[in-house]
Design a protein around this ligand. Sequence first.
Ligand SMILES: [Zn+2]
Length: 285
Amino acid sequence: MVKNLIRNKSFYKGRLLGKYWRVIIDGTGLFYFREKHCENCLVTKVEREDGKKETRYYHKVLEAKLILSEKIVISLGTEFIENESEDVSKNDCELNAAKRLLKRIKKEYPRLMFCIQGDALYAAESIMELCRKNHWEYVLTQKETRQPLLEESYEWIKEGNGGEEVSGIGKERGQGYFVNHVEEMVEAGRGRWKIENEGFNNQKNGIYNIEHLNSYDSTAMKNHYLITQIADILMQLYLSWNPLIRELGQSKKNTSSRLLESFRRQTVTDEDVLYIQRYTTVYLE
Ligand SMILES: [Zn+2]
């Protein structure tokens, strides 16, 4: 489905500088349990308010979201952050999961040009090296605590008047300093911010409720999560190609219930089947 959407020229406009598909990597927690849940749980000790230590068992996920357009941001790949077995000495982490995910994306889409975007957590040498090796670009957020040397250099160049003060940046008319004259990056960086705030939030608080535990079984949990990503792609496409739905003021929840209802009730005619046969090819590997 994703490959077809990429091949479909209608989203070419969404590429950065007419060339790079923007991919945002971002992690989120899915579930946590107070008792051991499975062999693959991430295990953390937290201190409670009363000073007592408590062990918590987590399940997290890392997403690579592909920006097709300002309104359509879909899952390009999912990597579950989990331990291989119970007896590992160190928990799996976002960074390791990101490496696995990016390698998998390169394998699945060897020729596509990507611009990887993420927050300061991913601004690590290993990720940048991986991007360069894949001939991808990257825009990563810098944070004082995570990249102190970069912060220092930036301040140093700025103080020596090596930076250029610019005002009226973007829609917000913001102010900033360009140390390397990289104005295009403002647009790209803003895209990352948007998805972090909208992508997961929609799924968490909106109609899908990805944090709701539907099954205690970890394989079922993962399958449910992945199916949600597929549903999300369909929903975003449906909503963006039917702008009238927004104007009707129908809530997303209603829209999805009605969609589901129409799948259930509407009779599929011979004509529909013919149409599907003509325009759909399923490849089984
Ligand atoms: Zn578990």
